[in-house]
Design a protein around this ligand. Structure first.
Ligand code: HAM
Length: 433
């Protein structure tokens, strides 16, 4: 039996890694543009970092085991608890608001499907120590600008935006009892995907939401856009006050010129247990893929995990769904692999000249390769083509006796003799144009 990678785990062959690097580079560039600094933490953490705060779904997917020192540990399924722990441990020394990003590899034992694997890389951008809705706008703008940096616009992706405080206030106003709120959130979260039987199951137990009805919940779930939300908020002055942070964040995003990306949608509840305020997810407009990104405000997590009361918010954006979307929208990077110059030699005596020139060209910053064993020039040039080299240099005894080399442009096939003494300068100028 040939050994294989585990299901849900990826091998990154060079072309796959080129795409991954393109994604990471773009993530880093945009995050740096917002003044975010990069951090990292351990991939293995104490199990209880997740069991207390992450929520049932993630806990059910943990890769966990007991280590040789009898500690219960887990591979990190998400970055937020690690971040909260790290910041809480040094909260006094760090200048607020903290703007940090990270690109961890995360592990979740999920059922494998399109856009879902058992490991993925996730850009995490978090802002800690700022309660203003402008911070929410900043974080959402960052997620949108990552999309824009990949060449995606509002015709391709949208942010679905909600606020747990607003949803709670509306549900309470419509009569959902306090103890039924978790069920009501579950309803909102699932309503879009719910089959008739599931809907009937909720309807068959009217006492769960009474005096509110399933009809109330369905109505709330259908609210789209600011105007529809406004008419719901008009029902009571308290509702309007609760929605003030969401309104401010929405307005600020409009002032940044990003309104076209936004959709108010109260069915965005988010599975993780720690969110407390504005929450959002980024989706492709065709809705063929799962969420590209999700996040929100989690103002109590640092207090609960580290005893430091600091407001916080952020998002996670996975590489798997993003790569699917880039392929679908034909926004993949042009092939960045390949070399600049391939050096070929005709006789054994030419080899020492190839070795010397290869080194000079590499010192000049060019990507250079040559054959590592003697072979026919034709074969060497085939390898040069396979490596998508831009130029080939042929070093032979006749040209050398005249103090020359042959330089060939592999795209056009044009060939010329150049002076051996100025070869480095000439080749450099051909590559850099
Ligand atoms: P999350 O919604 O669990 O949030 O994950 C965020 C994103 O990571 C998803 O939208 C998806 O693109 C990607 N993702 C999650 N699980 C998988 C998987 N099994 N395979 C492929 N991609 C996946 C969080 O993890 C929060 N901790 C994010 C956050 C940061 N909130 C505040 N700060």
């Amino acid at each position: 039996m040939k050994p294989k990678a585990l299901p849900g785990f990826r091998d990154f062959y060079p072309t796959d890694l080129a795409l991954r690097s393109h994604i990471f580079n773009t993530w880093r560039t945009v995050a740096h543009g917002y003044g975010f600094e990069e951090y990292d933490g351990p991939p293995l953490e104490p199990l209880d970092l997740y069991t207390t705060k992450s929520g049932e779904e993630i806990v059910g997917q943990l890769y966990s085991f007991r280590d040789k020192g009898d500690r219960d540990v887990a591979l990190r399924p998400e970055m937020t608890p690690t971040l909260a722990r790290m910041v809480a441990a040094r909260a006094g020394e760090l200048r607020k608001p903290i703007r940090w990003f990270s690109i961890p590899q995360l592990f979740r034992y999920e059922r494998q499907q399109r856009g879902r694997l058992r490991e993925h890389f996730q850009l995490n951008c978090d802002l800690i120590g700022e309660a203003s809705p402008l911070a929410d706008a900043e974080i959402i703008a960052l997620a949108i600008d990552v999309m824009r940096a990949f060449g995606l616009g509002p015709q391709d992706v949208r942010v679905r935006l909600s606020d747990r405080r607003v949803l709670t206030a509306i549900l309470r106003y419509r009569g959902v009892p306090l103890q039924s709120l978790p069920k009501a959130y579950e309803f909102m979260d699932k309503v879009e995907r719910m089959r008739r039987e599931q809907l009937e199951e909720f309807s068959s137990r009217p006492e769960v939401f009474a005096p509110a009805t399933v009809l109330d919940l369905e109505e709330v779930s259908r609210i789209r856009g600011w105007e529809q939300l406004e008419s719901e908020l008009g029902r009571s002055p308290e509702l309007a006050t609760t929605a003030e942070p969401l309104r401010q964040a929405y307005q600020a995003l409009g002032q940044m010129g990003l309104a076209e990306f936004l959709e108010i949608d109260l069915t965005i509840v988010r599975g993780l247990a720690y969110y407390t305020g504005i929450v959002f997810e980024l989706f492709d407009t065709g809705r063929t893929l799962r969420a590209i990104c999700g996040g929100g405000r989690y103002d109590h997590l640092l207090r609960d995990l580290g005893g430091v009361d600091l407001p916080a918010l952020g998002f996670g954006m996975g590489d798997v769904v993003l790569a699917e979307l880039l392929k679908e929208k034909e926004r993949m990077p042009a092939d960045v692999s390949g070399i600049d110059v391939f050096l070929a030699f005709i006789t054994k005596e030419d080899l020492s000249h190839v070795l010397a020139l290869a080194h000079q060209l590499r010192d000049a910053g060019l990507r250079v390769e040559y054959a590592l064993s003697p072979q026919a020039v034709g074969k060497q040039l085939k390898l040069a083509d396979a490596r998508t080299a831009r130029l080939a240099v042929v070093v032979g005894p006749d040209e050398r006796s005249r103090g020359e080399l042959i330089l060939r442009d592999l795209a056009s096939g044009a060939q010329e003799a150049i002076a051996q003494a100025s070869a480095v300068e000439i080749i450099k100028s051909r590559i850099h144009g």
